[in-house]
Each structure stands twice: as C-alpha cells, then as structure tokens.
Design a binder for this molecule. Structure first.
Ligand SMILES: [Cu+2]
Length: 72
C-alpha cells in the first residue's frame, strides 16, 4: 500500500471536494481519500500494484481540476 499527496487547484467548496473524492474513489485500487479544502490537497492511500498517481491526476484533469503531485 502506498500513500500520496496531490495538490489540487480550483476546489472552491464542499461540492468540488465531493466531485474530487468521487473521481478518485472511482479509480480501481484507491483505498482511502482524505481531502482538505483549506489546504487544497488530497491524501490518498492506494494499492500501487493497481493504481498510479498519473491515473489520479488524469481523472482530476478530466473533471476540470488541475492537480499536481506534492513535493512532500
Ligand atoms: Cu465548489
């Protein structure tokens, strides 16, 4: 199991956070998602043999959020 933090631009409210959460939870292998609206990130626990970070960034891009992998 791996954990990553993705920075997400453009989340303005709880509805955005829900869209982000739904998009991420729709990816096979994603186990746990925690979203901080205030800090504009999503912390994701996933099975790295199934899901990849590129896939998550792509899924967010597809619904209109610019996402980048956090440095930390
Ligand atoms: Cu919103």
């Amino acid at each position: 199991m791996a954990e990553t933090i993705i920075q997400i631009e453009g989340m303005g409210c709880g509805h955005c956070a829900k869209e982000v959460s739904d998009a991420l939870s729709g990816i096979n292998g994603v186990r746990k998602i925690r979203i901080s609206l205030e800090k504009a990130f999503a912390k994701i626990v996933f099975d790295e043999s199934v899901a990849g970070v590129d896939q998550m960034i792509g899924a967010l891009d597809a619904i209109g959020f610019k996402a980048v992998l956090s440095d930390s």
